[in-house]
Design a protein around this ligand. Sequence first.
Ligand SMILES: Cc1ncc(COP(=O)(O)O)c(C=O)c1O
Length: 386
Amino acid sequence: MSRPDANILPSQRALFDIPGDVTYLNCAFMAPLMHSVVAAGEKAVRVKQHPWKISPPDFFDLPNQGRELFARIVGAGHNDIAVIPSVSYGLGIAALNIEVSAGQEILLLEEQFPSNVYPWRQKAKDTGGRIVTVPRPPDGKNWTTAIIDTISRHTAVVALPQCHWTDGSLIDLVSVGEAARAVGAALVIDATQSAGALPIDVKAILPDYLVAASYKWLLGPYSLGFLYVAPHLQNGRPLEQAWAGRKGAQDFARLVDYQDEYAPGVKRMDMGESTQFHLMPMAIAAMRQILEWGIDNIAATLAQKTQGMAARADAMGLRPAPENLRAGHYLGLGFPAGVAGQLMERLSEQKIYVSVRGNSMRITPHLYNSDADVDNLFGALESMMG
Ligand SMILES: Cc1ncc(COP(=O)(O)O)c(C=O)c1O
Protein backbone atom coordinates (compact mmCIF):
# COMPACT_ATOMS: atom_id res chain seq x y z
CA MET A 1 0.00 0.00 0.00
CA SER A 2 1.46 3.40 -0.92
CA ARG A 3 1.91 6.03 1.77
CA PRO A 4 -0.31 9.10 1.32
CA ASP A 5 2.81 11.29 1.02
CA ALA A 6 4.59 8.85 -1.32
CA ASN A 7 4.82 11.48 -4.04
CA ILE A 8 6.07 14.35 -1.87
CA LEU A 9 9.63 15.15 -2.95
CA PRO A 10 12.27 16.29 -0.46
CA SER A 11 13.89 19.72 -0.84
CA GLN A 12 15.97 20.01 -4.01
CA ARG A 13 17.61 23.27 -2.96
CA ALA A 14 21.13 21.81 -3.21
CA LEU A 15 20.62 21.49 -6.97
CA PHE A 16 20.19 25.28 -7.23
CA ASP A 17 22.40 28.24 -6.40
CA ILE A 18 20.10 30.03 -3.94
CA PRO A 19 21.88 31.66 -0.98
CA GLY A 20 20.55 30.79 2.48
CA ASP A 21 19.29 34.33 3.12
CA VAL A 22 17.23 34.48 -0.09
CA THR A 23 13.55 33.46 0.00
CA TYR A 24 12.62 33.04 -3.65
CA LEU A 25 8.90 32.41 -4.09
CA ASN A 26 8.56 33.70 -7.64
CA CYS A 27 8.95 30.82 -10.09
CA ALA A 28 6.02 32.20 -12.12
CA PHE A 29 8.24 35.22 -12.89
CA MET A 30 11.39 33.29 -13.77
CA ALA A 31 12.83 29.99 -12.55
CA PRO A 32 16.37 29.95 -11.21
CA LEU A 33 18.63 27.66 -13.24
CA MET A 34 19.90 24.48 -11.63
CA HIS A 35 23.67 23.92 -11.41
CA SER A 36 23.30 21.12 -13.96
CA VAL A 37 21.52 23.47 -16.39
CA VAL A 38 24.20 26.14 -16.03
CA ALA A 39 26.87 23.46 -16.59
CA ALA A 40 25.07 22.31 -19.75
CA GLY A 41 24.91 25.94 -20.94
CA GLU A 42 28.59 26.61 -20.22
CA LYS A 43 29.61 23.47 -22.05
CA ALA A 44 27.34 24.43 -24.95
CA VAL A 45 28.82 27.93 -25.23
CA ARG A 46 32.30 26.42 -25.45
CA VAL A 47 31.30 24.18 -28.34
CA LYS A 48 31.47 27.13 -30.70
CA GLN A 49 35.05 27.85 -29.70
CA HIS A 50 35.77 24.79 -31.85
CA PRO A 51 33.24 24.85 -34.69
CA TRP A 52 35.24 22.24 -36.59
CA LYS A 53 33.79 19.75 -34.12
CA ILE A 54 30.20 20.63 -35.07
CA SER A 55 28.77 18.40 -37.79
CA PRO A 56 25.51 18.56 -39.77
CA PRO A 57 23.67 15.94 -37.65
CA ASP A 58 24.20 18.16 -34.56
CA PHE A 59 21.90 20.78 -36.12
CA PHE A 60 19.02 18.30 -35.94
CA ASP A 61 19.86 16.06 -32.99
CA LEU A 62 19.68 18.83 -30.41
CA PRO A 63 16.23 20.20 -31.29
CA ASN A 64 14.96 16.64 -31.72
CA GLN A 65 16.02 15.81 -28.16
CA GLY A 66 14.21 18.93 -26.95
CA ARG A 67 11.05 17.99 -28.87
CA GLU A 68 11.13 14.47 -27.47
CA LEU A 69 11.34 15.68 -23.86
CA PHE A 70 8.68 18.38 -24.21
CA ALA A 71 6.45 15.83 -25.95
CA ARG A 72 6.73 13.58 -22.88
CA ILE A 73 5.83 16.50 -20.61
CA VAL A 74 2.56 17.18 -22.46
CA GLY A 75 1.72 13.65 -23.59
CA ALA A 76 2.38 14.27 -27.30
CA GLY A 77 4.48 12.60 -29.98
CA HIS A 78 7.89 14.14 -30.80
CA ASN A 79 6.80 14.88 -34.36
CA ASP A 80 4.04 17.11 -32.96
CA ILE A 81 6.45 19.64 -31.42
CA ALA A 82 7.99 22.72 -33.06
CA VAL A 83 10.88 24.72 -31.58
CA ILE A 84 10.05 28.39 -31.08
CA PRO A 85 11.71 31.38 -29.40
CA SER A 86 8.73 32.68 -27.42
CA VAL A 87 5.05 32.27 -26.68
CA SER A 88 4.28 35.26 -28.92
CA TYR A 89 5.88 33.39 -31.82
CA GLY A 90 3.94 30.17 -31.17
CA LEU A 91 0.64 32.01 -30.86
CA GLY A 92 1.53 33.95 -34.00
CA ILE A 93 1.57 30.59 -35.81
CA ALA A 94 -1.79 29.66 -34.30
CA ALA A 95 -3.37 32.99 -35.28
CA LEU A 96 -1.96 32.72 -38.80
CA ASN A 97 -3.50 29.30 -39.38
CA ILE A 98 -6.88 29.41 -37.68
CA GLU A 99 -9.73 30.69 -39.80
CA VAL A 100 -11.95 33.39 -38.33
CA SER A 101 -14.78 34.94 -40.33
CA ALA A 102 -16.39 38.35 -39.94
CA GLY A 103 -18.66 38.35 -36.90
CA GLN A 104 -17.09 35.26 -35.34
CA GLU A 105 -15.77 35.36 -31.79
CA ILE A 106 -12.37 34.81 -30.23
CA LEU A 107 -12.77 33.97 -26.59
CA LEU A 108 -10.11 35.10 -24.07
CA LEU A 109 -9.97 35.47 -20.28
CA GLU A 110 -9.93 38.77 -18.42
CA GLU A 111 -6.34 39.91 -17.74
CA GLN A 112 -4.89 37.07 -19.77
CA PHE A 113 -1.14 37.34 -20.47
CA PRO A 114 -0.63 39.76 -23.42
CA SER A 115 1.21 37.21 -25.62
CA ASN A 116 -2.13 35.38 -25.83
CA VAL A 117 -4.11 38.57 -26.48
CA TYR A 118 -2.29 40.70 -29.08
CA PRO A 119 -2.21 38.05 -31.85
CA TRP A 120 -5.99 37.66 -31.46
CA ARG A 121 -6.65 41.39 -31.48
CA GLN A 122 -4.78 41.58 -34.75
CA LYS A 123 -6.65 38.54 -36.06
CA ALA A 124 -9.98 40.15 -35.16
CA LYS A 125 -8.92 43.37 -36.87
CA ASP A 126 -7.83 41.52 -40.01
CA THR A 127 -10.97 39.38 -40.30
CA GLY A 128 -13.82 41.39 -38.80
CA GLY A 129 -13.94 38.93 -35.92
CA ARG A 130 -14.70 39.97 -32.36
CA ILE A 131 -12.84 39.48 -29.09
CA VAL A 132 -15.03 38.22 -26.25
CA THR A 133 -13.45 38.39 -22.81
CA VAL A 134 -14.74 36.09 -20.08
CA PRO A 135 -14.61 38.11 -16.85
CA ARG A 136 -12.99 36.80 -13.70
CA PRO A 137 -15.79 35.01 -11.80
CA PRO A 138 -16.77 36.27 -8.36
CA ASP A 139 -14.83 34.83 -5.39
CA GLY A 140 -15.48 31.14 -4.88
CA LYS A 141 -16.88 30.63 -8.40
CA ASN A 142 -15.43 28.50 -11.15
CA TRP A 143 -13.94 30.08 -14.31
CA THR A 144 -14.47 26.88 -16.32
CA THR A 145 -18.27 27.15 -16.05
CA ALA A 146 -18.18 30.80 -17.13
CA ILE A 147 -16.03 29.90 -20.16
CA ILE A 148 -18.29 27.03 -21.23
CA ASP A 149 -21.36 29.23 -20.82
CA THR A 150 -19.77 31.85 -23.11
CA ILE A 151 -18.86 29.40 -25.90
CA SER A 152 -21.54 29.55 -28.59
CA ARG A 153 -22.05 28.75 -32.26
CA HIS A 154 -20.36 32.12 -32.96
CA THR A 155 -17.10 31.06 -31.30
CA ALA A 156 -14.19 30.46 -33.69
CA VAL A 157 -11.31 30.31 -31.20
CA VAL A 158 -10.96 29.65 -27.48
CA ALA A 159 -7.49 30.86 -26.46
CA LEU A 160 -6.59 30.49 -22.80
CA PRO A 161 -4.14 29.18 -20.22
CA GLN A 162 -4.36 26.08 -18.03
CA CYS A 163 -4.05 28.36 -15.03
CA HIS A 164 -4.22 32.16 -14.92
CA TRP A 165 -0.81 33.83 -14.68
CA THR A 166 -1.88 36.34 -12.03
CA ASP A 167 -3.31 34.05 -9.35
CA GLY A 168 -3.29 30.46 -10.66
CA SER A 169 -7.06 30.23 -11.24
CA LEU A 170 -7.45 26.76 -12.70
CA ILE A 171 -9.30 25.98 -15.93
CA ASP A 172 -10.58 22.47 -16.68
CA LEU A 173 -9.23 22.20 -20.21
CA VAL A 174 -10.80 18.81 -20.94
CA SER A 175 -14.31 20.23 -20.39
CA VAL A 176 -13.52 23.47 -22.24
CA GLY A 177 -12.07 21.43 -25.10
CA GLU A 178 -15.27 19.37 -25.38
CA ALA A 179 -17.39 22.53 -25.46
CA ALA A 180 -15.12 24.13 -28.09
CA ARG A 181 -15.17 21.06 -30.33
CA ALA A 182 -18.95 20.83 -30.07
CA VAL A 183 -19.24 24.18 -31.88
CA GLY A 184 -16.25 23.64 -34.20
CA ALA A 185 -14.06 26.20 -32.41
CA ALA A 186 -10.27 25.89 -32.20
CA LEU A 187 -8.67 25.45 -28.78
CA VAL A 188 -5.34 27.22 -28.19
CA ILE A 189 -3.53 26.81 -24.88
CA ASP A 190 -0.76 28.90 -23.37
CA ALA A 191 0.69 26.42 -20.86
CA THR A 192 3.67 28.60 -19.87
CA GLN A 193 2.47 28.88 -16.29
CA SER A 194 1.77 25.17 -15.90
CA ALA A 195 3.89 22.96 -18.19
CA GLY A 196 6.35 21.16 -15.91
CA ALA A 197 4.38 21.85 -12.72
CA LEU A 198 0.93 20.45 -13.52
CA PRO A 199 0.09 17.30 -15.46
CA ILE A 200 -1.00 18.08 -19.03
CA ASP A 201 -2.22 15.48 -21.47
CA VAL A 202 -2.89 16.68 -24.99
CA LYS A 203 -4.49 13.32 -25.76
CA ALA A 204 -7.24 14.15 -23.25
CA ILE A 205 -7.48 17.92 -23.87
CA LEU A 206 -7.17 17.68 -27.67
CA PRO A 207 -6.01 21.26 -28.19
CA ASP A 208 -5.27 22.53 -31.69
CA TYR A 209 -2.16 24.35 -30.47
CA LEU A 210 -0.41 24.37 -27.10
CA VAL A 211 2.58 26.53 -26.36
CA ALA A 212 4.99 26.95 -23.43
CA ALA A 213 8.05 29.10 -22.78
CA SER A 214 10.99 27.25 -21.23
CA TYR A 215 12.06 29.79 -18.61
CA LYS A 216 9.39 29.32 -15.94
CA TRP A 217 8.10 25.91 -14.81
CA LEU A 218 10.23 24.08 -17.38
CA LEU A 219 13.21 25.48 -15.41
CA GLY A 220 15.06 26.27 -18.63
CA PRO A 221 16.57 29.28 -20.38
CA TYR A 222 14.94 32.46 -21.68
CA SER A 223 14.25 32.87 -25.44
CA LEU A 224 13.22 29.28 -26.08
CA GLY A 225 9.88 27.48 -26.11
CA PHE A 226 7.93 24.64 -27.64
CA LEU A 227 4.73 24.49 -29.67
CA TYR A 228 2.49 21.45 -29.88
CA VAL A 229 0.44 21.34 -33.08
CA ALA A 230 -2.37 18.81 -33.45
CA PRO A 231 -1.63 16.28 -36.21
CA HIS A 232 -4.44 17.52 -38.48
CA LEU A 233 -2.90 21.03 -38.54
CA GLN A 234 0.71 20.11 -39.12
CA ASN A 235 0.61 20.97 -42.80
CA GLY A 236 -0.22 24.59 -41.97
CA ARG A 237 1.76 27.76 -42.68
CA PRO A 238 4.96 28.52 -40.77
CA LEU A 239 5.88 32.08 -39.76
CA GLU A 240 9.27 31.70 -41.41
CA GLN A 241 10.58 29.55 -44.24
CA ALA A 242 13.53 27.98 -42.43
CA TRP A 243 15.78 25.77 -44.55
CA ALA A 244 16.20 23.23 -41.74
CA GLY A 245 12.48 22.45 -41.82
CA ARG A 246 12.67 21.15 -45.38
CA LYS A 247 12.96 17.53 -46.46
CA GLY A 248 16.57 16.41 -46.87
CA ALA A 249 18.05 19.46 -45.09
CA GLN A 250 20.54 17.10 -43.40
CA ASP A 251 22.51 16.96 -46.64
CA PHE A 252 24.36 20.28 -46.43
CA ALA A 253 26.06 19.75 -49.79
CA ARG A 254 22.65 19.76 -51.53
CA LEU A 255 20.90 22.63 -49.75
CA VAL A 256 20.64 24.57 -53.00
CA ASP A 257 18.60 21.80 -54.56
CA TYR A 258 15.67 23.76 -53.21
CA GLN A 259 12.91 21.59 -51.79
CA ASP A 260 9.21 22.39 -51.75
CA GLU A 261 8.56 19.47 -49.45
CA TYR A 262 8.84 19.92 -45.70
CA ALA A 263 10.48 17.62 -43.13
CA PRO A 264 8.06 15.16 -41.45
CA GLY A 265 5.75 16.33 -38.69
CA VAL A 266 5.58 19.90 -37.58
CA LYS A 267 9.25 20.85 -38.11
CA ARG A 268 8.15 23.24 -40.83
CA MET A 269 6.88 25.50 -38.04
CA ASP A 270 10.30 25.65 -36.35
CA MET A 271 11.92 29.02 -35.93
CA GLY A 272 15.01 29.72 -38.04
CA GLU A 273 18.19 28.48 -36.33
CA SER A 274 16.08 26.08 -34.28
CA THR A 275 19.14 24.12 -33.16
CA GLN A 276 19.67 26.75 -30.46
CA PHE A 277 23.18 25.42 -29.83
CA HIS A 278 23.53 27.33 -26.56
CA LEU A 279 20.04 27.26 -25.14
CA MET A 280 18.75 23.85 -26.17
CA PRO A 281 21.24 21.84 -24.07
CA MET A 282 20.07 23.84 -21.04
CA ALA A 283 16.40 23.19 -21.79
CA ILE A 284 17.20 19.49 -22.29
CA ALA A 285 19.03 19.22 -18.95
CA ALA A 286 16.15 20.94 -17.15
CA MET A 287 13.39 18.85 -18.77
CA ARG A 288 15.31 15.63 -18.03
CA GLN A 289 15.42 16.56 -14.35
CA ILE A 290 11.70 17.43 -14.36
CA LEU A 291 10.84 14.05 -15.86
CA GLU A 292 13.11 12.32 -13.37
CA TRP A 293 11.27 14.00 -10.48
CA GLY A 294 7.94 13.22 -12.17
CA ILE A 295 5.37 15.90 -12.87
CA ASP A 296 2.74 14.29 -10.63
CA ASN A 297 5.27 14.39 -7.79
CA ILE A 298 6.24 18.00 -8.49
CA ALA A 299 2.57 18.98 -8.57
CA ALA A 300 1.77 17.14 -5.32
CA THR A 301 4.79 18.63 -3.55
CA LEU A 302 4.07 22.19 -4.64
CA ALA A 303 0.39 21.79 -3.78
CA GLN A 304 1.35 20.70 -0.28
CA LYS A 305 3.56 23.79 0.07
CA THR A 306 0.84 26.21 -1.02
CA GLN A 307 -1.78 24.49 1.16
CA GLY A 308 0.40 25.15 4.20
CA MET A 309 0.80 28.78 3.13
CA ALA A 310 -2.92 29.15 2.40
CA ALA A 311 -3.75 28.02 5.94
CA ARG A 312 -1.41 30.66 7.38
CA ALA A 313 -2.79 33.30 5.02
CA ASP A 314 -6.33 32.38 6.03
CA ALA A 315 -5.46 32.82 9.70
CA MET A 316 -4.28 36.36 8.80
CA GLY A 317 -7.56 37.13 6.97
CA LEU A 318 -5.91 37.21 3.54
CA ARG A 319 -8.54 35.34 1.54
CA PRO A 320 -6.63 32.68 -0.44
CA ALA A 321 -8.64 31.09 -3.25
CA PRO A 322 -10.08 27.66 -2.38
CA GLU A 323 -7.85 24.74 -3.36
CA ASN A 324 -10.22 23.36 -5.98
CA LEU A 325 -10.21 26.67 -7.90
CA ARG A 326 -6.45 27.28 -8.09
CA ALA A 327 -3.46 25.41 -9.48
CA GLY A 328 -1.50 23.70 -6.68
CA HIS A 329 1.77 25.50 -7.51
CA TYR A 330 0.16 28.93 -7.17
CA LEU A 331 -1.14 30.95 -4.28
CA GLY A 332 -2.76 34.34 -4.85
CA LEU A 333 -3.53 36.49 -1.81
CA GLY A 334 -5.99 39.35 -2.17
CA PHE A 335 -5.09 42.66 -0.50
CA PRO A 336 -6.91 45.99 -0.45
CA ALA A 337 -5.99 48.21 -3.45
CA GLY A 338 -2.38 49.41 -3.41
CA VAL A 339 -1.30 47.41 -0.36
CA ALA A 340 0.29 44.42 -2.11
CA GLY A 341 2.74 46.61 -4.09
CA GLN A 342 4.00 48.35 -0.94
CA LEU A 343 4.40 45.01 0.83
CA MET A 344 6.30 43.53 -2.08
CA GLU A 345 8.90 46.30 -1.93
CA ARG A 346 9.34 45.87 1.78
CA LEU A 347 9.64 42.09 1.41
CA SER A 348 12.32 42.43 -1.25
CA GLU A 349 14.35 44.58 1.17
CA GLN A 350 14.44 41.42 3.29
CA LYS A 351 15.37 39.30 0.25
CA ILE A 352 11.91 37.74 0.12
CA TYR A 353 10.73 37.66 -3.47
CA VAL A 354 7.11 37.36 -4.62
CA SER A 355 5.15 39.17 -7.36
CA VAL A 356 2.21 41.48 -7.38
CA ARG A 357 -0.36 41.26 -10.16
CA GLY A 358 -3.25 43.68 -9.74
CA ASN A 359 -4.27 43.63 -6.06
CA SER A 360 -3.10 40.07 -5.64
CA MET A 361 0.22 38.91 -4.20
CA ARG A 362 1.40 35.97 -6.28
CA ILE A 363 3.38 33.33 -4.40
CA THR A 364 4.84 30.58 -6.57
CA PRO A 365 7.20 28.09 -4.87
CA HIS A 366 9.27 25.28 -6.35
CA LEU A 367 11.19 22.32 -5.02
CA TYR A 368 14.01 24.59 -3.75
CA ASN A 369 11.69 26.19 -1.18
CA SER A 370 11.87 24.98 2.41
CA ASP A 371 9.62 25.42 5.45
CA ALA A 372 12.07 28.15 6.53
CA ASP A 373 11.15 30.12 3.38
CA VAL A 374 7.48 29.92 4.32
CA ASP A 375 8.29 31.07 7.87
CA ASN A 376 10.34 33.97 6.47
CA LEU A 377 7.47 35.14 4.27
CA PHE A 378 4.71 34.87 6.85
CA GLY A 379 6.89 36.18 9.67
CA ALA A 380 7.60 39.27 7.57
CA LEU A 381 3.95 39.68 6.48
CA GLU A 382 2.74 39.33 10.06
CA SER A 383 5.14 41.98 11.33
CA MET A 384 4.35 44.35 8.44
CA MET A 385 0.59 44.02 8.82
CA GLY A 386 0.95 44.01 12.57
C1 LIG B 1 1.09 33.04 -19.22
C2 LIG B 1 2.33 33.56 -19.86
N1 LIG B 1 2.53 33.35 -21.15
C3 LIG B 1 3.63 33.80 -21.78
C4 LIG B 1 4.62 34.50 -21.11
C5 LIG B 1 5.82 34.97 -21.86
O1 LIG B 1 5.49 35.25 -23.20
P1 LIG B 1 6.59 35.53 -24.30
O2 LIG B 1 7.39 34.27 -24.48
O3 LIG B 1 5.81 35.88 -25.52
O4 LIG B 1 7.46 36.65 -23.82
C6 LIG B 1 4.43 34.76 -19.74
C7 LIG B 1 5.42 35.54 -18.98
O5 LIG B 1 5.17 35.97 -17.85
C8 LIG B 1 3.25 34.27 -19.10
O6 LIG B 1 3.03 34.46 -17.80
